[in-house]
Design a protein around this ligand. Structure first.
Ligand code: GRF
Length: 210
């Protein structure tokens, strides 16, 4: 059985999509935030959980060391950042190099960082979306695994656009986790391909093609 550690900081809807995807894996959900509502969801889904409150540590390195130790004890095949709102140190990222992935709510490399939906609206882009990528010490710049695109509509506000993107996140992230666990992702420089097919994972489009 594969082992997956999922790091969350908040509601954990992406985490839930992964837990509900029927993947043959054991899950360990960790959070830096004792008040994260996703923690209860994780327990209800039967996942092992842990809270490592970053406020209990004098500095980022201390927190990262404690977090890494708990994850290493679980010996995961994959570490998943699902709305984890702490920047991780290089030391942490290097320990899990090639087996740590994140979801970001924009079509990277556009709109790295925070407030992606507001910035997309302000730029007037016509397509927006989400990206699953390998995590490197270069924030939001790791190799892209897969992306899903949605249209930006004339009457969109941040809330409407975020909801449209989130729906796609919930399709894209479990798919990418499944590909990784099945050993289908190959990383060659910055390019990720699906093994056996040798093609990049097809982008997910909105609405879903029938
Ligand atoms: C998602 O939009 C994700 O892309 C971003 O943070 C949000 C987390 O939402 N990294 P949730 O906690 O998975 O509901």
């Amino acid at each position: 059985m594969k082992r997956v550690a999922i790091l969350i900081s908040g509601r954990g809807s992406n985490m839930k999509a992964i837990l509900d995807a029927g993947l043959a894996a054991r899950f360990f959900v960790l959070t830096n935030n004792p008040a994260a509502s996703g923690l209860e969801t994780a327990k209800q889904c039967g996942a092992q959980t842990a809270v490592i409150d970053h406020r209990q540590f004098p500095d980022r390195a201390g927190f990262d060391t404690a977090l890494a130790r708990q994850i290493q004890d679980f010996a995961p095949d994959l570490v998943v950042l699902a709305g984890f709102m702490r920047i991780l140190t290089d030391t942490f990222v290097h320990q899990f190099s090639g087996r740590i992935i994140n979801i970001h709510p924009s079509l990277l490399p556009a709109f790295p960082g925070t407030d992606t939906h507001r910035r997309a609206l302000a730029e007037g882009v016509k397509l927006h979306g989400c990206t699953v990528h390998f995590v490197t010490s270069d924030l939001d710049r790791g190799p892209v695994i897969a992306q899903a695109a949605v249209p930006v509509l004339a009457d969109d506000d941040e809330h409407a656009l975020a909801a449209r993107v989130l729906e796609q996140e919930h399709r894209l992230f479990p798919a990418a986790v499944g590909w990784f666990l099945d050993g289908r992702l190959r990383l060659d420089g910055r390019r990720v391909t699906l093994n056996a097919i040798g093609a990049p994972p097809a982008p997910l489009l909105y609405p879903e093609p029938r």
